[in-house]
Design a protein around this ligand. Structure first.
Ligand code: SF4
Length: 363
């Protein structure tokens, strides 16, 4: 199996989470609640953290939100990032309130001096800043120079902002270069990663509703991660943010960069299939959520071809009309009644789980 070689970047600490260097790709998401509604926001932060979001960003559009952040940060299970636009002073209050990182789009802060002021304050709090360059709010001079918000324009913009804060010795920075056009996004991150070693936050902005956004995000983020570029990701979706976390984890797992749940392999079915494999695969998907062991599990639609087609699976089931089979690496281990197939699979998974935990205890 080939393994992705990740580009080495600087490490940046966000509370107890490391972004960059050799740290695993960090999954993050953003709340959709009003931050002033402390209980609703805290509830969503906890849901996102439970789903696997290791950092959560919250909107800070005004001073009341920046102050409300204090109560949320105190109880949050994960470090919080304050999302600041237009008024850099909101970041100051957010840092006082316990934000572990600040995300700004310097293009709308009102000038480089505001960015410098912010960096000075962040330095005091040992909090990093994400410089989030966005194609929608780029400097006109760069748009004019490049004939639009191209990847080169996005990169030059980010480098200009970095120069401003590097001048005061501030380097705890994560960079994002977002455009809603997937290919522009990919080109921008590629170009930027050739020029610097700052850790990168990957995302395709305004990607759209669940289905479309999932595809755009997977292509944009997935392409870059496959090239070893990127240290933290957020999949933007016009959907429940829990979906963002699920998709983000799946992207990272699909590339073998991290494993959160067992990998599910299932066949597309064909005229040989004699069961409702869509339902069966869905049931197995639910079962696998209870396991965090690094194995591959196959669900195949016929006993004749299934085991052979899923040889790479550590455990697999193939279903026929009345009975099914269990197999390991293409070898049939037993035939079972169809109504008992899932129980048999669970037994196998439990056995593997115990085997693996025994191994790790013995180490
Ligand atoms: Fe068709 Fe069987 Fe292959 Fe599934 S495993 S695609 S049902 S031949």
């Amino acid at each position: 199996m080939d393994i992705i070689e990740r580009k080495k970047t600087r490490a940046v600490r966000v509370g107890n989470v490391t972004i960059g260097s050799k740290a695993p790709i960090v999954i993050q998401s953003m709340t959709t609640t009003k931050t002033t509604d402390v209980s609703a926001t805290l509830e969503q932060v906890c849901q996102l953290a439970d789903a696997g979001s290791e950092l959560v960003r919250v909107a800070v559009p005004d001073l009341s939100s920046a102050k409300a952040l204090e109560k949320i940060a105190k109880k949050s299970p994960v470090p919080l990032i304050a999302d600041i636009h237009y008024d850099h002073r909101l970041a100051f209050q957010s840092l006082e309130s316990g934000a572990a990182k600040i995300r700004v789009n310097p293009g709308n802060l009102g000038g480089p001096d505001k960015l410098v002021e912010l960096a000075r304050r962040a330095k005091q709090f040992k909090a990093p800043i994400r410089i989030g360059v966005n194609a929608g709010s780029m400097d006109r001079k760069l748009i004019h120079k490049y004939g639009g918000a191209t990847s080169a324009a996005l990169v030059e913009s980010a480098l200009e902002y970095l120069e401003v804060i590097q001048a005061i010795g501030f380097q705890d920075v994560v960079v994002s270069l977002k455009a809603s056009d997937v290919y522009t996004t990919i080109c921008a991150y590629r170009l930027f990663s050739e020029k610097t070693s700052y850790p990168l936050h990957l995302g395709v902005t305004g990607a759209g509703p669940l289905h479309i956004g999932m595809i755009k995000g997977s292509i944009g983020i997935g392409t870059l991660l496959a090239e070893g570029i990127g240290d933290t990701i957020r999949v933007s979706l016009t959907a429940n943010p829990l979906e963002e976390v699920k998709v983000a984890r799946q992207i990272v797992q699909s590339l073998g960069l991290r494993q959160f749940v067992p990998e599910l392999i299932s066949c597309p079915t064909c005229g040989r299939c004699e069961v409702d494999l869509v339902t069966l695969a869905g049931q197995v998907e639910e079962i696998l959520k209870n396991y965090s062991i690094p194995i591959k599990v196959a669900v195949m639609g016929c006993s004749v071809n299934g085991p052979g087609e899923a040889k790479e699976a550590d455990i697999g089931i193939s279903a026929g009309k009345k009975q099914g089979i269990l197999f390991r690496h293409g070898q049939v281990i037993r035939t079972v009644r169809l109504d008992n197939l899932l129980n048999e699979l669970i037994q196998e998974l439990d056995f593997k789980k115990n085997q693996m935990s025994g191994k790790s205890e013995g180490k």
